[in-house]
Ligand binder design. Structure first.
Ligand SMILES: Nc1ncnc2c1ncn2[C@@H]1O[C@H](COP(=O)(O)OP(=O)(O)OP(=O)(O)O)[C@@H](O)[C@H]1O
Ligand SMILES: [Mg+2]
Length: 309
């Protein structure tokens, strides 16, 4: 099951992604956490000293692996972030994703992978998105199931809508602070999510008192799944004290359990994944990728290919 944490800058996506991944691991389930942001903060909150080798630095290798012997994709250069799998492509099982070499495993058993930091070669939006493209390609080729978890810490704001990546999840958790700005971002996401049939739930964050919860209920309504209170344990971690899940306030620990339960209740919709993979590929092909690669990328869509296990 794939879960994305999205939301406004600073709302708590990284904190929540890391705590959720740690909670899943504490329940004995296999979990891959992916930092799809360029800030590379996730490693820190997971307690990893040395962040993993960035996926963005291995894009060609990843493409060559995934295209396998798909005759519609003759080279890595012809493969863009939205290129869908077809007959001959190499599909990834969860185990294969979790054992991909460019990752690190935390002491608690979370497997961490990362897009990679922004560097001097990344001037311009296209390059930045092509780095995040490694994550999109991996998710497009992943065949995962119940009891296996991929947790993705996304970039802030509506950047995540610039590609098809936001449609690749079984559940999108939107982190919302109880402020007018916070719920403003909620409205924007709610509308995007509805347009693309993306399952969405809101997790309130940095809640101080019952009036904060009332505010969220009023503005978010039925989408409000759970909330985290402002956490002294999280604050202490940011001040340099190592955080274990046992340090977390009971209400916040309950919230993590509730999120996991909700993820487990989702049904996989491989038909939607397949349809949207093709849809976003065509959009990207027309917008920039046909020009960039000099080929008609629409021909990469294999009409006979069926998504799913
Ligand atoms: N429940 C909480 N209690 C206390 N502090 C919190 C809580 N959630 C997040 N924070 C703090 O808020 C700050 C922002 O959190 P975080 O980095 O997780 O947000 P983000 O949405 O990932 O930000 P960015 O958009 O920069 O990636 C951090 O200092 C974090 O420790
Ligand atoms: Mg972050």
């Amino acid at each position: 099951m794939r879960v994305a944490f999205v939301g406004k800058g600073g709302s708590g996506k990284t904190t929540m992604s890391a705590l959720f991944a740690r909670y899943v691991a504490s329940q004995g389930a296999p979990v891959v956490a992916i930092d799809a942001d360029i800030n590379q903060h996730l490693a820190l909150v997971l307690g990893v000293e040395e962040p993993p080798e960035p996926l963005g630095a291995h894009l060609t290798e990843i493409k060559d692996h995934l295209r396998g012997d798909n005759p519609r994709i003759p080279s890595a250069a012809a493969m863009v972030k939205t290129t869908p799998p077809g007959r001959g492509s190499k599909l990834l099982s969860f185990e294969e994703l979790a054992s991909y070499e460019h990752g690190v495993t935390t002491a608690e058993g979370v497997r961490l992978m990362a897009t990679g930091p922004f560097n001097e070669d990344d001037l311009g939006v296209a390059c930045y998105h092509s780095k995040v493209g490694a994550v999109e390609l991996l998710l497009n080729h992943l065949i995962d199931g119940q009891g296996e978890y991929v947790v993705v810490d996304m970039t802030a704001g509506s950047d995540s809508f610039a590609s098809g990546l936001f449609t690749r999840f079984d559940l999108t958790l939107l982190v919302v602070e109880p402020t007018r700005q916070g719920v403003g971002v909620y409205r924007q996401y709610r509308d995007y999510a509805a347009d693309f049939q993306v399952p969405l739930a809101v997790v309130g964050n940095k809640v101080h008192d019952p009036s904060d919860v009332d505010f969220l209920r009023e503005h978010v309504g039925h989408h409000l799944l759970a909330w985290m209170e402002h956490s002294a344990a999280v604050r202490a971690m940011e001040q340099g004290r190592p955080l274990t899940l046992d340090d977390l306030e009971p209400g916040n620990a309950d919230t993590l359990a509730m999120l996991l339960k909700h993820v487990d209740e989702q049904e996989k919709d491989w038909v939607r994944f397949g349809r949207q993979t093709a849809e976003f590929h065509l959009r990207n092909a027309h917008a920039w990728a046909n020009d960039k690669t000099g080929v008609d990328l629409g021909a990469q869509i294999d009409p006979e290919f069926v998504y799913g296990p």
